[in-house]
Design a binder for this molecule. Structure first.
Ligand SMILES: Nc1ncnc2c1ncn2[C@@H]1O[C@H](COP(=O)(O)OP(=O)(O)OP(=O)(O)O)[C@@H](O)[C@H]1O
Ligand SMILES: O=P(O)(O)O[C@H]1[C@H](OP(=O)(O)O)[C@@H](OP(=O)(O)O)[C@@H](O)[C@@H](O)[C@@H]1OP(=O)(O)O
Ligand SMILES: [Mg+2]
Ligand SMILES: [Mg+2]
Length: 339
């Protein structure tokens, strides 16, 4: 039975995201807590729709950003999850990871950072040895832009300097770090943090790097590959990893990083990929941060997300009732969402 009407969330998502995220199980649980979901009609201006208490979105482009601005001007009390300016930082693989160096986290046993990386904007720099002299091969070449397009996920494991001329800048060259073939994906939903294990690229030994038949290996979204894809890979490069044997990073450490990133990024909905450097065993490297990832892959995602949306609505009501007593600026309102 519906307890109390908390509010309406307008969602603006690409069809694939809508299909995976907006499930009946989420809608009914949210409804039982007084939260209703309404699809934003992409054929009409956002500001002419609603009213919504909250807009949940993962769309790209200037037109969408303009629509959000117009909506916010018309409904200054509505909550936009998340702010397009904050999301934009994740659309560039350099600014995305710069935030890691801003974190001030002390841990007695574990350390963290990012792999060594450089950015290459043009072909000329790509073939200039000075540019990548300091990098140790193999490296992973990643498109600089991470805008959700299929192209932005196309990576290459590059074994030799000679292979660099096959790449198309702008790219980031990041040192490949052996990590036992397992990646940790940390899902953040407001204050909630959940870490899961996924398959990753297998380690590359020095002999293997010397013996490869190709000096460049292309791949895309490895952690989403089904296990049988990996096993059937014709040259046997991928193999089934024993995820169960891999120890998880300490919970408290992961939560501290997640909360630090959330504050620094001013985002509520994201995940980040972490690998454990096989050379040390207590050193963790953050390699990727994604806005509004595939939460539906998280067991029990409905309860976690519902709890979060209820909190957002309750905080909004709280801010509004405070506003009756004193003036609260829009910035302060946003701040209050960041617990
Ligand atoms: N520096 C690295 N060292 C070792 N493996 C890496 C490194 N960077 C990336 N990988 C591997 O390559 C995969 C893809 O890299 P990354 O996560 O940056 O790409 P993405 O396309 O943004 O991924 P996602 O689908 O999570 O958005 C990782 O999941 C991991 O398996
Ligand atoms: O679609 P999936 O469920 O695989 O979710 C993936 C999501 O795609 P979607 O937003 O189109 O859904 C990706 O977003 P873009 O970089 O392409 O913007 C990125 O966030 C991945 O990291 C997510 O995979 P996960 O990290 O959760 O495994
Ligand atoms: Mg990733
Ligand atoms: Mg990514």
């Amino acid at each position: 039975m519906e307890e109390k009407r908390l509010g309406v969330i307008g969602y603006a998502l690409a069809p694939k995201k809508q299909n995976s995220f907006i499930r009946d199980s989420l809608l009914s649980l949210a409804k039982s807590r007084g939260v209703e979901f309404v699809r934003v009609d992409s054929e009409k201006p956002l500001a002419d729709q609603g009213p919504f208490d909250c807009v949940l979105h993962k769309l790209y482009g200037d037109d969408w950003k303009r629509q959000l601005r117009e909506f916010q001007a018309r409904y200054p009390n509505a909550v936009v999850l998340d702010s397009p300016e904050a999301i934009e930082r994740l659309h560039n693989r350099i600014s995305m990871l710069q935030v890691v160096s801003e974190l001030e986290i002390e841990d007695r046993t574990e350390t963290f950072g990012i792999p060594k990386q450089i950015v290459i904007y043009d072909k000329a720099t790509l073939v200039d040895p000075q540019a990548w002299e300091s990098l140790k091969f193999p490296v992973i070449a990643k498109p600089l832009v991470a805008d959700g397009s299929a192209k932005s996920h196309k990576m290459a494991l590059v074994f030799t300097r000679d292979a660099l001329n096959k790449l198309k800048p702008p790219i980031v060259l990041q040192e490949f770090v052996n990590h036992g073939g397992v990646i940790f994906k940390v899902y953040v939903v407001g204050e909630h943090v959940r870490c899961v294990k996924r398959k990753s690229l297998p380690d590359v030994s020095e002999e293997k790097a010397l013996g490869v038949s190709e000096d460049l290996l292309s791949f895309s979204q490895v952690s989403n590959l089904a296990n049988h894809d990996a096993v059937n890979d014709s040259d046997g490069y991928y193999r089934l990893m024993h995820l169960d044997d891999t120890e998880m990073p300490p919970d408290a450490f992961v939560v501290r990083i997640a909360r630090g990133l959330r504050r620094a990024l001013r985002l509520n909905l994201f995940n980040f990929d972490v690998i454990r450097d096989a050379r040390y065993g207590n050193r963790y490297l953050i390699i990727d941060i994604n806005y509004f990832p595939g939460y539906a892959k998280m067991p029990g995602y409905e309860a976690v997300l519902t709890e979060f949306f209820c909190d957002v609505m309750l905080q909004k009501h709280r801010v509004l009732s405070d506003e009756g007593n004193a003036h609260v600026s829009p910035n302060e309102k946003e701040e209050s969402l960041q617990v």
